[in-house]
Design a protein around this ligand. Structure first.
Ligand SMILES: *Cc1c(COP(=O)(O)O)cnc(C)c1O
Length: 432
């Protein structure tokens, strides 16, 4: 077989950067094969360097809620770039995007922009520690919050009271302050609080555990976490880097009526440029320098191009009817996938909220997945790999891992949904 351009570029890349990629999951390790090098994107589609076209359900892992190269975003960026790309001084754009976040995300009163979701969660935890004067944090097994040392801890099954690092290079002393509990298990969290009543600064959680596939919170679970935080004087930190402007315009907190102390944002708020933000109650945010003593800074933070892309993306997204239309398309697609699986006799577990969704191929039909252990136990990753490659062959690009969520954009119309479902039906019909 002829070597593709993607294969050649991947060969070159492997000599230049570890594993040939600048973020691990891009390398296709969990599905095998060669990652497609992308040449361009437009609307719901990306084209690889061999000129194959794909309907894109990765959308840069969430940010592109209007699809690729949306005309309004492109035009605003073209105009902005002629005014310079960075000043290291305040701009009106930062006020505008901060105001838009305050107006849209219910709990937020103040915002600090950073450059990635990792920076957002890392800074939010520093803030929780500074504000409470406490050192320990609680996170949930299988929840991903970026790659900061104290968050690279999952600690596996059961209630682990001792954090163990997930990656070499994370000091055990850092990990030791990270307590973990299984997702969707309030009693486990209560136990951690009872064992550490005066030392927990905050609880950080993904409202939908969407970095272990797609696991919805049980009824009352997130509010239960917040209640425990209140009882023990810890901060409730909602990591909405993925769910923000996705689960609802105002994120999971709007959809489920939550009032977190701090919120982490990223992805959509940058409209495809590098941005993150941590945000929350004024009294807490005033702890951040230079208003308060907690130091945090960034040379490119509040970058004018990133602010511009974020503003235009969110303005367009909150135009009447836009979000609802993407949400309906998401529902159609998920219903279609579930129906196709059923008629093919393939056990599948689907979930969706707003404009994001996920599905697991199950090893046992009827298995339910409510936490990370169950995801690892029941998800048929090999079948997913075969599905992924068959879909790719037919021009549909899902995430190259069973344990990632999928996304729609305003550019995903009926044609794209129908083409996707036709490919899904065909694939599931022949999948072993
Ligand atoms: C993507 C993600 C992050 C990390 O954001 P980066 O911009 O990749 O650093 C943090 N939390 C959640 C929930 C995410 O999905």
């Amino acid at each position: 077989m002829q070597t593709s351009k993607s294969e050649k570029l991947f060969q070159q890349a492997q000599a230049l950067t570890p594993g040939g990629v600048n973020s691990p999951v891009r390398a296709f390790r969990s599905v095998g094969g060669t990652p497609r090098f992308i040449a361009r994107g437009e609307g719901a589609y990306v084209w690889d360097v061999d000129d194959n076209r794909y309907i894109d359900y990765v959308l840069s892992w969430g940010p592109l809620t209007l699809g690729h190269a949306h005309p309004a975003v492109v035009q605003a960026l073209q105009e902005a770039v002629t005014r310079g790309t960075s000043y290291g001084a305040p701009t009106e754009l930062e006020n505008q995007l901060a105001q838009l976040v305050v107006d849209t995300v219910p709990s937020v009163e103040m915002v600090r922009f950073v450059n990635s979701g990792t920076e957002a969660t890392m800074s939010a935890l520093r803030l929780a520690r500074a504000y409470t004067g406490r050192e320990k944090i609680i996170k949930f097994a299988g929840c991903y919050h970026g790659h900061a040392d104290m968050l690279l801890v999952q600690a596996g099954s059961g209630v682990a009271t001792l954090g163990l690092p997930d990656s070499p290079g994370v000091p055990a002393s850092t990990a030791a302050n990270t307590l973990t509990a299984p997702f969707n298990d309030l009693d486990a969290v209560r136990q951690l609080f009872e064992q550490n009543p005066d030392s927990i600064a905050g609880v950080i959680v993904e409202p939908i555990a969407a970095n272990m596939g797609f696991v919805l919170p049980g009824d009352g679970y997130l509010q239960g976490l917040h209640d425990l935080c209140r009882e023990y004087g810890a901060l409730f930190i909602l990591d909405e880097v993925m769910t923000g402007f996705r689960v609802a315009p105002g994120g999971a907190q709007q959809r489920w009526n939550l009032d977190p102390d701090l919120t982490c944002l990223g992805k959509v708020i940058g409209g495809g440029l590098p941005v993150g933000a941590y945000a929350g109650k004024r009294e807490i945010m005033q702890t951040v320098a230079p208003a308060g003593p907690m130091y945090q800074a960034g040379t490119l933070s509040g970058n004018p191009l990133a602010m511009t892309a974020g503003l235009v993306t969110i303005w367009t997204l909150i135009e009447p009817g836009t979000f609802e239309r993407i949400e309906q398309q998401t529902q159609k697609l998920v219903d279609g996938i579930a129906a196709a699986a059923q008629s093919a006799g393939i056990a599948i577990h689907t979930g969706n909220a707003g404009t994001m969704f996920g599905f697991y191929f199950l090893r046992e039909s009827g298995a339910s997945i409510t936490n990370y252990d169950e995801a690892k136990q029941y998800a048929d990753t090999e079948r997913y790999g075969r599905f992924f490659h068959a879909m790719l062959e037919q021009g549909v690009y899902f995430a190259p891992s069973q344990f990632e969520a999928a996304f729609l954009s305003s550019a995903h119309g009926d044609d794209e949904i129908q083409a996707t479902l036709a490919a899904v039906e065909k694939t599931l019909g022949m999948l072993d």
